[in-house]
Design a protein around this ligand. Sequence first.
Ligand SMILES: [Zn+2]
Length: 268
Amino acid sequence: MKDTSLSTLLCILFVATSASSGCNSTPPVLTEEIAPGIYRIKVSRSNVYLLAGENLVLIDTGMKGEGKAILQAIKSIGRKPGEVSHILITHAHIDHTGSLAFLKQATGAKVVASVKEIDYVSGLKKTWTMGREGFGGKVFKIMLWFMETFPFKYEPASVDFPCKDGDVLECFGKVNVIETPGHSIGSVSYYLPDRKIIFIGDALSGVPEPKFPPRAGCSDYQQALRSVKIIAALNFSTCCFGHGNPIKDRADTVIRKLILAAGAPSVR
Ligand SMILES: [Zn+2]
């Protein structure tokens, strides 16, 4: 559970900036069906998920400038952008909300986000001002200020349905809202118990193996670790991360082992 090094943070900035410089580029998109009707859309550095049933649901929206690529991905499976009924936001960092305003406008979808992060999504507060731990976190905030002020200026979007822990959304069967804060103050996970699949945003990283979120990227690292235990106590087979490859088999066991390997107390 080491802190993220400055060089890693610089790498993140470089990759994020170079991947979508100019904001109008259309980065390559990989659309992978990770479970029946559930697709991973890999944009420049984060994942967007598309749930395709009678209606469509998006989870997160990538960086600014990636909305057109996400619409292309929707069309590539023979569906229409106007079928997107809801956009669920895991947390308000710009690599998850950057194309929200574009996609809300393009689809007419209703936006669901944590009640604790409405001010950031709707633009009342700047997302770069969200807490980050330690010296690395302060450096990260300066980088984010630059990114959100210049190449990735955030375009606010209104939140139609503020959500909180215990809410059950009726948009793709039953979607349970699980509050998993720590990476950001209002991070939430979306859990589909019937499908045994969970979307956890950046509560854990899946690049390339699951690991704890970097301390400098967290608003409260200890709280983030407690949230990992909340996730690990659930019953799911597939875990979908904001970054990196999903775990598609016995994901809950994999995360429990990660906790044990780190020396944290067992969740069961
Ligand atoms: Zn994040």
